[in-house]
Design a protein around this ligand. Sequence first.
Ligand SMILES: [Fe+2]
Ligand SMILES: [Fe+2]
Length: 170
Amino acid sequence: MPKQPTYTDAIALLKADHKTVDDLFAKFESATDAAAKEAIARQICTELKIHAAIEEEIFYPTFRGKIPDDMLDEAYVEHDGAKVLINDLEASSMADSFFEAKVTVLGEDIKHHVHEEEARGDGLFSACRVTGVDMIELKDKLLARKLELMEQAKAGPLPPAQLAVVKLAA
Ligand SMILES: [Fe+2]
Ligand SMILES: [Fe+2]
């Protein structure tokens, strides 16, 4: 297995994920070849599914009751909004209408969500930082799950992202 980068703590790991995805959206915008664009979009979807999973399974629950509920509640709703587009993109291709528009809007949604998490002072991560939770131990848990999901993604496409709180009409 390739050597994994080391992260100082849980927030550094999550911020590195944000940067990876931000770079991929920029790559998508500048790519001109349809096949390349589609491959980048697939990579974005996989990265985001893994990132959302580790936040929802491990990071967010750790801080429930320790930071304001509305911060966490909004994060779950924003994730679900993104997952609707992610699942849709994964089931379609560059040949489908609106594919590029969906990637672009997903990028805008993610930018907003990342800002809510990373904003200095009043962001979600800032609130988490002052709770006294051991961020190194939490990083180890996030990383272990991330590596597991990355292995799974290498073996074949991950299943569609499950919505956590949003209910879609049948
Ligand atoms: Fe995040
Ligand atoms: Fe998030």
